[in-house]
Design a protein around this ligand. Structure first.
Ligand code: ZN
Length: 151
């Protein structure tokens, strides 16, 4: 099901989201968020962007290059960040036509719960690392606008 996407300056985008407690009950929302993300031609979508204040996001950074490889992260935690930084232009489905250059750690290690309630852990770099940090920012009410480098 395609869900309506919330746009800046909606207050839902500025809240601290609550942990997911019932994974089974939340898996349907995650599936709808993936439908919504692909439909909007995005690479990541966080629950507050569809008005749900839960620590959950979906992503698929490479689907535009070929097959879909969806990832659902509930209650994600960044365990470590590289000292090396990486700067890239990021867009956001909640902030239309306003890409922002953002500098973030180049590599991160993340722990999360997937849609089958399995606890997972992984290391990410490149576009994936930037996408995960962008989406976790959403769960803390942070937007790319807050990272905008002042001239
Ligand atoms: Zn975003």
């Amino acid at each position: 099901m395609i869900l309506p996407i919330v746009h800046h300056p909606d207050p839902a985008l500025r809240q601290l989201c609550k942990p997911v407690l019932d994974v089974a009950q939340t898996a349907g929302l995650a599936a709808d968020m993936l439908d919504t993300m692909y439909h909007a031609s995005g690479r990541g979508l966080a629950a507050p962007q569809v008005g749900q204040l839960l620590r959950l996001f979906v992503m698929d950074c490479s689907w535009k290059d070929g097959e879909r490889s969806p990832l659902v992260m509930m209650n994600p935690e960044i365990l470590s960040r590289s000292d090396e930084m990486s700067r890239r232009e990021e867009g956001c489905l909640s902030i239309a036509d306003h890409p922002v250059w953002v500098t973030r750690p180049a590599r991160i290690e993340v722990m999360w719960v997937d849609e089958t309630a399995e606890q997972r852990r992984g290391a990410f770099d490149g576009f994936d690392a930037a996408c995960i940090q962008h989406e976790i920012d959403h769960l803390d009410g942070v937007l790319i606008l807050d990272h905008e480098e002042k001239p």
